[in-house]
Design a protein around this ligand. Sequence first.
Ligand code: ADP
Ligand code: MG
Length: 353
Amino acid sequence: QISPDLPEIRQLDDAAANRIAAGEVVERPASAIKELVENSIDAQARRIEIAYADGGKTLIRVSDDGHGIPEYQLPLALSRHATSKIDGTDLLNIRSFGFRGEALPSMGAVGRLSVKSRVANAASGAEIVVDGGVIAPVRPVATPHGTVVELRNLFHATPARLKFLRTDRAEAGAISDVIKRLAMAEPSIGFTLRDVSGGGAGRVVFRADPESGDLFDALHGRLRSVLGAEFADNCLPVDATRDGMSLTGYASLPTFSRGNAMAQFLFVNGRPVKDKLLIGALRGAYSDFLHAGRYPVVALFLECDPEQVDVNVHPAKAEVRFREPGLARGLMISGLRHALTGAGHRASTTVAD
Ligand code: ADP
Ligand code: MG
């Protein structure tokens, strides 16, 4: 006898599944922007323009000059688990930012999403719009080569989630933070961030022109745009390799420190991460050089075999998991110490504050 009180298992429809996934992928305007800019980077864009209004709550727009999406694939780009970046066979070997195929469908479930795109040699561009999970037919539009994704009225259909957003100013701050991190990771790409609240061309919040030259020159130039001239003039190059892992970037001289850890930018295989293990190693490396309560400013890039690190931990969070944590930690400490002592007496004779 089957009890009538037993709960029945049902398959969720796509709209419901997308709304649930959206909770993970799109927490706030900055996380939507991160996903969109990462898509532009994955599409080999050379210039990316980002615009937002009202802290991103009413409008987010990311325009790129990347390879675009062919018209016939636009509906697929909006469907769940559809991606051009992996084929599912090698989840441990991922070089692109994206791979889950969840960002666009999630955004289409929690706002009004428009994707306009035009691939090279196409006679015209095309647009697809999805609003609250309802997809309208693809239509032709005039649009330059590349892709323009616009997300309007994020969370307007879910007032409970809208209430969790912070002030426009705080959301704008989080957007700027995300853009600056991505800009550090991609010095050869030009970025422009505009606040277009109230319409018009808006106000440029951040701008970084494409950098050229070798890796260190390009990064140094980009760090000057993002972290400022004072950092650029008071940092040391870090360049170390060990056991197939490499650490490159710039780290502040002990004479140029801060009272908080807000300016420690760490990347693993090009992805911005906030990783306890690496932050701890950074503290350890500077422990002989800085007084307690002072923090270095760094932009450091750890590169390793993708099989050494699992980036599949959480869609929106910046966590990674190393197969051999000791290796990453050891390289951070030895690479930084080498850079700092290499600077010799310049660093040690001028220890201030
Ligand atoms: P993922 O990035 O994980 O593949 P998304 O939902 O973010 O998933 O995007 C789905 C697909 O749409 C991507 O795999 C890509 O083929 C295409 N796409 C998204 N944004 C862009 C873009 N800016 N330029 C070119 N193609 C894009
Ligand atoms: Mg993506």
